[in-house]
Design a protein around this ligand. Structure first.
Ligand code: CDP
Ligand code: CDP
Length: 209
């Protein structure tokens, strides 16, 4: 069983993916972390984010052990990730790792931008999570404040909108819902209600088999 979750920035994909994986006893991969790790490695070494050869080399030697680094969650790295992730060869270098993760038993939940369209087009269940931009900006601001970082909600919103535009309009694996994805708008749902709605989608798909 493979569950694909896609959606724009701060829509709640990661939180939902983690909770669904826990509910079903599956493994979970937040694929955004992979692009964030490539971006961070480039910045740490003083390379340009559009340096294709270096970005591809870094993507090919990524160590999943580093995916838990707290700095990866920052806005700066998220923004840099959306620049690096637009390079087709960087994306290609990361496909096998993601597909292998998805295929291993007993099942997996992957969240990102192109899981249902490119990485796992045959996923058993596809969920495309959306929420109003203002709601998403508010959630990210609360998270930053909880981490003790300064955060201006209007700036967070501008950053989210800019990143969504870049992700939607790139040529390689743009952010979009797969035709067979179930749209889940959680603008007015708390985490528990959002998880329940997603479980209902998964159960409906299972029952229909
Ligand atoms: O992975 P993505 O960037 O899409 O979102 P996230 O990292 O899961 O962050 C979403 C934030 O919104 C978290 O702080 C959640 O607690 C909160 N949230 C949510 O995920 N789902 C809701 N229905 C409501 C709030
Ligand atoms: O958590 P949030 O939604 O803010 O960002 P993320 O999921 O960690 O993704 C960071 C950036 O990586 C996105 O803006 C995308 O440009 C890129 N990304 C991607 O291109 N494909 C994926 N499957 C996941 C992330």
């Amino acid at each position: 069983m493979i569950i694909a979750i896609d959606g724009p920035a701060a829509s709640g994909k990661g939180t939902l993916g983690k909770r669904l994986a826990h509910h079903y006893g599956y493994r979970h991969l937040d694929t955004g972390v992979i692009y964030r790790a490539v971006a961070k490695a480039l910045l740490d070494r003083g390379f340009d984010l559009t340096d294709e050869a270096r970005a591809v080399a870094i993507a090919m030697e990524l160590d999943p052990e580093n995916f838990g680094h707290p700095e990866l969650k920052s806005q700066r790295i998220g923004d840099a990730a959306s620049v690096v992730s637009a390079i087709p060869r960087v994306r290609e270098a990361l496909v096998n790792f993601q597909r292998q993760f998805a295929a291993d038993p007993p099942g997996a939940v992957l969240d990102g931008r192109d899981i249902g369209t490119v990485i796992c087009p045959n996923a058993d269940v596809k969920i495309f999570v959306v929420a109003d931009p203002q709601v998403r900006a508010h959630r990210r601001t609360l998270e930053a404040l909880a981490r003790g970082e300064a955060a201006d909600e209007a700036m967070v919103l501008a950053d989210i909108l800019k990143r969504d535009e870049r992700d939607k309009n790139r040529a390689a694996a743009p952010l979009k819902a797969a035709e067979d994805a179930h749209i889940l708008d959680n603008s007015n749902l708390d985490v528990e209600a959002s998880v329940s709605a997603a479980i209902a989608i998964v159960e409906a798909v299972r029952a229909a088999r």
